[in-house]
Design a protein around this ligand. Structure first.
Ligand SMILES: [Fe+2]
Length: 289
């Protein structure tokens, strides 16, 4: 899954508005495309109870995502808006960082307006509508997580005056995309990159290979990540409140500067101050190397 922070065009492509949005044009999706959504939805929703965070599963319910076919944003947004004031907007592909941050700060989640082909069932480079809507939108129906995403977008806009995109990208990666949360039943997934992936939904919780480390904002913002395979590290929050509070109560400008003076932390390293939940064998990554 490609980082959100690498854009392809500098100006909106033909047909897109100044904020890069396009019409979802829901009626243009074919029966095969709706069937692909249904196939992916069935596979994930069967496996996720007991694995996905409570907030994620609640979001699926509140938004009535079990309705067959690619969701029509006219219906989905009515429910999402009622829950948290968020809406989903269609975009032609990855958008520039400033545009992305501005959408988040204004409670709009940009979603790729295409769906993967059968050949891309388990891997694709650019986020499609299944990743963006099934993966991201259920959490946006949770009021705390919804506020975190706004804070992230606002922080992103403020950060444009600093050289901080890489640090912010790591925060996004290890929370919004690949975050784990500790719940009363054990560790659960809330990151969109995991919940939208059949194989990583199992790997992230069951494999002995990755490290699972308690979330620490400054540490996460220095930690490298990989975009081409299962993660070697997962960071675990204790609650969505912890994630939101830490973010809104941190003065990021001095943190960016302090982090920039330190080297990045190699992907699989464990530091003396880490709150280690499971120390990974890293066997999976080693076997691939
Ligand atoms: Fe994503």
């Amino acid at each position: 899954m490609e980082s959100q922070f690498t854009h392809v065009h500098d100006t909106p492509p033909p047909g897109a508005a100044a904020d890069w949005t396009i019409s979802q044009d829901w009626d243009a999706f074919t029966a095969d495309e709706h069937a692909m959504w249904d196939r992916l939805f069935a596979r994930q929703s069967e496996m996720l109870p007991g694995r996905a965070a409570d907030a994620f599963l609640r979001g699926i319910d509140v938004l009535k995502l079990e309705k067959p076919g690619i969701p029509d944003y006219r219906e989905l947004n009515a429910r999402l808006m009622a829950a948290t004031g968020w809406q989903v907007v269609a975009v032609p592909g990855l958008v520039p960082d400033d545009v992305f941050f501005d959408h988040l700060a204004n409670r709009r989640f940009p979603a790729g307006n295409f769906i993967r082909t059968p050949q891309q069932l388990d891997y694709l480079q650019e986020p499609d509508v299944f990743h963006d809507v099934f993966g991201h939108v259920p959490m946006l129906a949770d009021p705390i997580f919804a506020d975190y995403m706004v804070a992230y977008g606002e922080g992103g806009l403020r950060s444009l005056q600093f050289d901080a995109l890489k640090q912010l990208a790591r925060l996004y990666w290890y929370t919004v995309e690949f975050g784990l949360i500790r719940e009363s039943g054990g560790l659960r997934i809330y990151g969109a990159g995991i919940v939208s992936s059949y194989a990583e939904s199992v790997f992230a919780l069951d494999s002995d290979s990755p490290n699972r480390i308690g979330f620490d904002l400054a540490r996460v913002m220095r930690t490298d990540y990989r975009i081409d395979d299962f993660q070697q590290n997962y960071f675990v929050i204790d609650s969505l409140d912890q994630l939101l509070e830490t973010t809104v109560n941190t003065d990021f400008a001095p943190l960016y500067a302090a982090n920039a003076a330190l080297p990045p932390i190699p992907i699989a390293d464990i530091l003396p101050d880490d709150s280690v939940i499971t120390r990974g064998t890293q066997d999976y990554a080693a076997a691939k190397a």
